[in-house]
Ligand binder design. Structure first.
Ligand SMILES: [Zn+2]
Ligand SMILES: [Zn+2]
Length: 408
């Protein structure tokens, strides 16, 4: 039985419950999520977990005795498929000298696996790097195993070092209870301070957004006072006061320039199609890109993972305008967005666009998770640290913002 696909966010919720069960199983000496999750696919069809054990059959016995794993769909000496909270979980247990091969195969994609296999003789490897070595290739990160051009580029030594979570110095997009966030400004900032960021931007929704709650111009002044207080309380964290402004149907922003000019950073977004064609939506987005106060266009396609396709924009036009004006396009790490997706992100950076990887977080406890999902999505797009605005120190981010304002 196959279950309906679910979002990467839900997959990680399930894994957070499942992985401790594996960690507490003494028969296992290594566990890795594989499959769609390891490749950061926005929609996950099955949770695949690969574990390592000296004696796989004994390990399967031990796992199947766990109360949470008793709804068994299929069981063999090295595989246990169970239903867990309406999701199908596929566990493969490999002996140590085969772990690399099993992890590689279970990670996919099928096209990537078969292309690597064509370069090697059948056999087993203890680690994934060994699998690639046997095929005469450098290690290829899971996020780019699409089965397209990655093997040829790896063969030529042209797979760059992809951006990693450790490269991220700040988060430029999040919400508080001033708009539709679940946690207060103080709670969000306090949570950030523990994550080791150098800077963050508070960017609540402006009045034009269809969000359940938005921030008014009057409330922005109150928010500024609160931010001032928090800056004193957290002197090592730079807190930018920003906004996620709405791009109106005619391409203008929903707050006057005089208000936007008083903020440290302005993000702009299309939250509603308003019945417009792709061409008209593109005009609207390009108008925002050309606005001198706009630094980042958030979740440009406005896709809703599993529910709504991204807008049919003229993406090359968007990339050209963003590159020309020095406007960043966002890779949004909210599990419902993951937008730009890997494919668009790869096109964008190839066109010279700077991207910004943000959490778009609405609650403090998801801050780290959503940044991590954003980074994984960026890696699917072959994004390197040099392409990313928020891998740069605060002074360079301010220079990026000012350079554009200076054009106006
Ligand atoms: Zn938004
Ligand atoms: Zn947002």
């Amino acid at each position: 039985m196959r279950t309906a696909p679910f979002t990467l966010g839900r997959a990680w919720d399930l894994l957070e419950s499942l992985l401790p069960l594996f960690a507490s199983c003494p028969e296992l000496d290594g566990v890795e999520p594989a499959g769609d999750v390891r490749r950061f696919e926005a929609l996950v069809s099955a949770l695949v977990i690969v574990a390592r054990a000296a004696d796989p059959e004994r390990a399967i016995d031990a796992l199947a005795r766990q109360r949470e794993l008793t709804d068994v769909v299929e069981r063999t000496a090295r595989r246990l498929v169970v239903r867990f909270r309406l999701a199908q979980v596929d566990v493969r247990v490999a002996p140590r000298d085969e772990f690399g091969t099993v992890l590689f195969t279970a990670t996919g994609t099928a096209a990537h696996v078969s292309a690597v296999r064509q370069r090697t003789t059948p056999g087993f490897a203890a680690t994934e790097p060994d699998v690639y070595r046997q095929a005469g290739l450098p290690f290829i990160p899971p996020e780019i195993r699409a089965g397209t051009d990655e093997i040829e580029l790896a063969r030529q030594g042209r797979v760059p070092a992809l951006v990693a979570r450790e490269d991220i110095r700040g988060d430029l997009h999040m919400h508080t209870t001033f708009s539709d966030g679940r946690d207060s400004l103080t709670e969000m900032v306090t949570a950030y301070a523990t994550l080791g960021y150098e800077y963050i931007a508070i960017t609540d929704h402006s009045v034009g957004a269809s969000a359940s709650r938005t921030v008014t111009i009057d409330q922005l002044a109150r928010q500024r006072d609160e931010i001032e207080r928090l800056r004193e309380q957290f002197p090592s964290l730079a807190i930018l006061h920003g906004i996620e402004a709405d791009i109106l149907p005619d391409g203008r922003l929903d707050f006057p320039d005089a208000v936007l000019a008083g903020l440290d950073i302005v993000l702009a977004s299309l939250h509603e199609r308003d019945g417009q064609s792709g061409a008209r939506l593109t005009d609207r987005c390009v108008a925002a890109i050309r606005h001198p106060l706009v630094t980042v266009i958030t979740h440009p396609s406005n896709q809703l993972v599993g529910q709504r396709e991204g807008y049919d924009l003229d993406y090359p036009r968007l990339y050209a305008a963003a590159a020309e004006t020095g406007t960043a396009l966002e890779i949004d790490g909210a599990p419902g967005h993951l937008d730009l997706d890997g494919e668009h992100a790869r096109e964008a950076v190839a066109a010279g666009v700077t991207v910004s990887i943000d959490s778009d977080c609405h609650r403090a406890r998801s801050l780290e998770r959503q940044m991590w999902l954003g980074v994984g999505t960026a890696r699917r797009g072959w994004v390197e640290p040099r392409h990313v605005l928020n891998t740069r120190p605060m002074a360079e981010v301010r220079a990026f913002i000012d350079a554009k304002c200076g054009q106006g």
